[in-house]
Design a protein around this ligand. Structure first.
Ligand code: HEM
Length: 348
């Protein structure tokens, strides 16, 4: 199951689309339409810190340039080598290191933040006290002596005429440092694996970087890093003809929804030119559900895409002959957090 949940997903979709798993104490939802409906209809508890579009506009330029620089350095380190593991030396590092660099924090902090993300220390939704303690002196210094980094930009920013409070700056910096560090790292590993597995599509993306966002979205559809999103029904709801009681725990199988043949033709295929019918919810709706849907849709999905794009561009620029190491095949694993944990390549 850890290695290949897809046969089970298919069995569920075809025969038991809405079924209670007594062992998990949750209702498993496996069809695209039901997963989407559940994500849109249910609410999580009290909303956690959620960056607004105004905040995102503050974060994006600094993250773009730091992700570009960080990816360049990591890629150059690998380029001259005979063999390298793109997970250990690239994808596991890039998201956290780019955030640390954007904020202008010392490099030693990248290791600590990355370790917190890796051990799931930071997934509770609340800002971890150690992280707040790490940021406090840096924020105080930027308030006194602003520089050019993102932390200084946040300290000096005014939204609706108001300066951002220390708590908001800490929340935004903390979200950036930890929020999706692991998800982005896993998604990037799957993205690289999908492209390396399809050299013709990789060559197209290399020649036409405008194809990268579509290639990234297609990888998220086929191989989402968080294939199960847990929600709780706040009121009784009917899905696929079954009525679920209020309070029911719903395991939204996003990984199964992305492979639903009723929504995506030939769904196991990785195809950067995939042209599937517009989502029934309207053309604005995202086709894949890797970032969730509805009110809790991941608020920073553009930032994750930006890091992935910078990462891929840097690798392709530094390594024109990038390909799998002889005999290597990626082996994604994980049910709740899924990606290949090893990507052995020949850099040149
Ligand atoms: C490829 C990378 C990412 C994936 C696949 C992802 C996925 C998701 C999903 C599925 C949700 C919805 C959870 C639910 O409905 O219960 C979510 C919410 C959220 N994500 Fe992401 N995420 C990613 C990157 C990030 C990054 C980089 C950050 C922070 C910088 C972040 C911050 C958040 C926050 C704050 C929420 C909560 C939104 C709310 O409760 O309203 N995510 N993400």
């Amino acid at each position: 199951m850890e290695r290949d949940p897809y046969p089970l997903y298919r069995t569920l979709r075809e025969g038991f689309p809405v079924v209670r798993d007594e062992l998990l104490g949750a209702w498993l939802l496996s069809r695209y339409a039901d997963v989407r409906a559940a994500l849109v209809a249910t609410r999580l508890g009290p909303p956690g810190p959620r960056p607004s579009p105004v905040h995102l506009r503050l974060l994006e330029p600094a993250l773009r340039s730091s992700a570009g620089r960080t990816a360049f350095v990591l890629a150059r380190r690998i380029a001259g080598r005979r063999e390298a593991d793109l997970v250990a030396e690239f994808s596991a590092w890039l998201p956290a290191a780019a955030a640390v660099a954007a904020l202008g924090l010392p490099w030693e902090d990248a290791t600590r933040v990355q370790e917190w993300c890796r051990t799931g220390h930071t997934q509770s939704g609340a800002l971890h006290p150690e992280l707040a303690a790490l940021l406090r002196p840096h924020i105080a210094r930027r308030r006194a002596h602003p520089g050019a980094d993102l932390l200084s930009v946040l300290c000096g920013a005014r939204v609706d005429g108001q300066a951002l409070s220390d708590a908001t700056v800490t929340g935004l910096a903390g979200t950036l440092l930890t929020g999706g560090g692991e998800a982005t790292a896993l998604a990037l590993a799957s993205f690289l694996a999908n492209l390396l597995d399809h050299p013709a599509q990789l060559n197209l993306v290399r020649a036409r970087p405008g194809l990268i966002p579509g290639a990234w979205a297609e990888s998220l559809r086929r191989d989402p890093p968080a294939p199960v999103v847990l929600r709780r029904a706040t009121a009784p709801m009917t899905l696929g003809g079954t009525t679920l009681p209020a309070g029911a725990v719903l395991a939204c199988l996003v990984g199964s929804a992305g492979r639903d043949p009723f929504r995506f033709a030939d769904p196991d295929r990785y195809d950067i030119f995939r042209a599937d019918p517009v989502d029934p919810a309207g053309p604005e709706a995202p086709a894949h559900l890797a970032f969730g849907a509805g009110q809790h849709l991941c608020p920073v999905s553009p930032l994750a895409g930006l890091v992935a794009e910078c990462g891929l561009r840097a690798l392709l620029d530094a390594m024109p002959g990038l390909r799998w190491a002889p005999g290597f095949r990626p082996a994604p694993r994980g049910l709740m957090a899924r990606a290949p944990r090893l990507l052995l390549v020949r850099p040149s």
